[in-house]
Write a protein that binds this ligand. Structure first.
Ligand code: HSE
Length: 297
């Protein structure tokens, strides 16, 4: 009647896949304990490590859980306790971890009436509360692991892609809070055909690189024509961070989700750790505190 869950951090967009591509960090994330109770509804009983609303209707995990309960109509309720390790507004899927964890745990406690893929829609309802848009590029990898591609939002069609075995991710989180809502409001509504063409080439190439484990091809495709030029202005030392990771041997990188975190992909853990050191050396030139993570995917 009780389940303990690891709710992984995720990186959305992965440079060339705005709102459609995401990846899951194997070893960075929150923890959640969900208990099945006789009292109907959802209660957030405790949140450790963050100052977030306990009221279910105002909490990302609560909203995702309630949307699932409205669909499944079980004869019971759930208490949710959350330990947040992922900071809100960091760009590594803090809200998605909570939303995905809540629906995953409740579904398990109910004997798995839905598949993990079917849970994506309900987790998206939590994302909508957090950012004003029900994007699925964080909740999908949080629920399915590895890389995911949202092929279509309507109807929802998500493809899970296994990460190449030697691919590691490095993330640096400059500790300034950048709300997804604000980082979305600076984006342009329209893009040029020329930019769309380049973006399509890179996204197709990246997916191909993942399937064929072609690390060089993956690196060549980590380029964003659409969002990075606009958002990078909001991130301290963005260009230097990206360049430093490449100099350290990383395949490439970009903005993690809506920022301010910056990520790099590397072949092998050793290079990923070197990229983390290179990121840290750049951040040390600023007065902004930061946190770095290295993880398998
Ligand atoms: N795709 C979303 C964005 C991810 O870039 O706004 C937010 O984490």
């Amino acid at each position: 009647n009780e389940i303990q869950i690891f709710c992984p951090a995720t990186i959305a967009n992965v440079s060339c896949g705005f709102d459609v591509l995401g990846l899951c960090l194997e070893s960075v994330g929150d923890e959640m304990t969900i208990t099945k109770t006789d009292r109907m509804g959802v209660r957030i009983t405790d949140i450790i490590g963050a100052n977030l609303p306990l009221e279910a209707e105002k909490n990302v995990a609560g909203v995702a859980a309630l949307s699932l309960l409205h669909h499944l109509l079980p004869n019971c309720g759930f208490d949710i306790k959350i330990t947040k390790n992922i900071k809100a507004g960091s760009g590594i899927g803090s809200s998605a971890a909570s939303a995905a964890g809540a629906v995953y745990g409740i579904n398990k406690l109910l004997g798995s009436p839905l598949t993990d893929k079917e849970l994506i829609y309900f987790a998206m309802q939590g994302e909508a509360l957090a950012s004003g848009s029900p994007h699925a590029d964080n909740v999908s990898p949080a629920l399915l692991g590895g890389f995911t591609l949202v092929r279509s939002y309507d109807p929802l069609d998500v493809i899970a892609i296994t990460a190449p075995p030697e691919l590691y991710v490095t993330v640096i989180h400059p500790q300034i809070e950048l709300k997804t809502k604000d980082a979305r409001s600076v984006l342009k509504e329209n893009i040029s055909l020329k930019k769309a063409t380049i973006q399509c080439g890179n996204l197709g190439g990246l997916i191909s690189g993942l399937y064929t484990q072609n690390y060089d091809l993956i690196g060549r495709c980590l380029h964003d024509e659409l969002v990075e030029p606009v958002r990078s202005i909001l991130i301290p030392k963005f260009a230097e961070l990206k360049e430093a990771a490449k100099q350290a041997g990383a395949l490439g990188g970009g903005i993690s989700g809506s920022g301010p975190s910056v990520f790099a992909l590397s072949r092998g853990e050793t290079t990923a750790r070197k990229a983390a050191e290179a990121f840290a050396a750049i951040m040390q030139q600023t007065s902004v505190p930061f946190e770095a993570h290295v993880s398998a995917i």
